[in-house]
Design a protein around this ligand. Structure first.
Ligand SMILES: NC(=O)c1ccc[n+]([C@@H]2O[C@H](COP(=O)([O-])OP(=O)(O)OC[C@H]3O[C@@H](n4cnc5c(N)ncnc54)[C@H](OP(=O)(O)O)[C@@H]3O)[C@@H](O)[C@H]2O)c1
Length: 273
């Protein structure tokens, strides 16, 4: 039977569809949030070298008492290490206190530096040496992914991109699907903004659910992996309770059509893309 809560990556590994995001938490907060999430049934955590909380994430994983093989840990290569991804990953592993990560992503293409094809080529060796079980990218356009393929390199297993009801990116997801790349949504709630949408509240009321559960379900039913961030144990728990109800096609379309103007945080793109 296919497990609806996980997805098979092109690498052959299985990735949970739901994971905890820990952006903007210090080590102590990340440790508590990760421990709370793992106790609530999460089996995936998303951090990055740039979040400066890998030590806390590693401590949270260890304090859960779960076998290492049961927790899917993702971290990301920062742009200052594009010339030497192995050094970046070794530093992250030392901070995490782990021997390998399940997924290592190029955090941003950083086109001004212009090294992302070479960095992707160097990332292949990290799988061969066992330091990363799967590798992927984040914030890459479809054209940039095609550049990697045209260089004769394998497609990334995952592209982690901004996605929420105010920026649904359905055409990008279709293009990634066609290339065998799994889409993972960062800021699945638009940093909380999408939780205030009247259409989402109406659907939540109809299902007797919270707005956060409705939005996560909207991502998951589209086959998109999600990384909701919360530092609150109650909200962490509620955000994982999304497997026993279903949105109708009409509700799926309504949530994806709420915005005519869209919303993205341009400050990220102007600095890192
Ligand atoms: N690859 C990239 O470039 C990139 C960029 C940005 C983010 N990310 C990843 O994506 C993760 C999530 O994105 P994000 O942190 O920007 O934003 P988000 O998950 O869209 O939203 C987080 C906000 O929603 C609130 N929240 C969470 N659950 C809630 C609930 N059930 N009810 C009410 N409020 C709730 C949180 O507050 P509380 O904490 O107080 O609950 C927080 O203010 C990050 O942590 C990171 O792992 C990746």
């Amino acid at each position: 039977m296919v497990d609806p809560s996980s997805i098979r990556l092109a690498s052959g590994a299985t990735m949970p569809l739901l994971g905890l995001g820990v952006f903007d938490m210090d080590d102590a907060a990340a440790e508590l949030a990760v421990a709370s999430a793992l106790a609530s049934g999460y089996r995936m955590v998303d951090t990055a070298a740039a979040y400066l909380n890998e030590k806390g994430v590693g401590a949270g994983v260890r304090s859960s008492g779960l076998p290492r093989g049961e927790v899917f840990v993702t971290t990301k290569l920062w742009s200052s290490d594009h010339a030497n991804p192995r050094a970046g990953l070794e530093r992250s592993l030392s901070n995490l206190g782990l021997d390998y990560v399940d997924l290592y992503l190029i955090h941003w293409p950083d086109s001004r530096q212009g090294r992302y094809v070479a960095a992707w080529e160097a990332m292949q060796e990290l799988v061969e040496s066992g330091l990363a079980r799967s590798i992927g990218v984040s914030n890459f356009s479809v054209q940039q992914i095609d550049e990697l393929r045209e260089a004769g390199l394998p497609a990334p297993a995952v592209n982690q991109i901004e996605r929420h009801p105010l920026h649904p990116q359905d055409d990008v997801i279709d293009a990634l699907d066609a290339r065998g790349v799994v889409t993972q949504a960062w800021s699945p709630f638009a940093r909380g903004l999408a939780l205030e949408l009247p259409e989402v509240s109406r659907i939540a009321e109809r299902h007797g659910r919270t707005p956060s559960q409705i939005i996560l379900r909207w991502h998951l039913q589209r086959g998109v992996s999600v990384l909701p961030k919360s530092a609150s144990p109650d909200r962490i728990r509620a955000n994982a309770d999304v497997w026993d109800f279903e949105l109708t096609d009409t509700e799926m379309t309504a949530i994806g059509s709420v915005s005519t103007t869209g919303f993205v945080d341009e400050s990220y793109y102007s600095r890192f893309a």
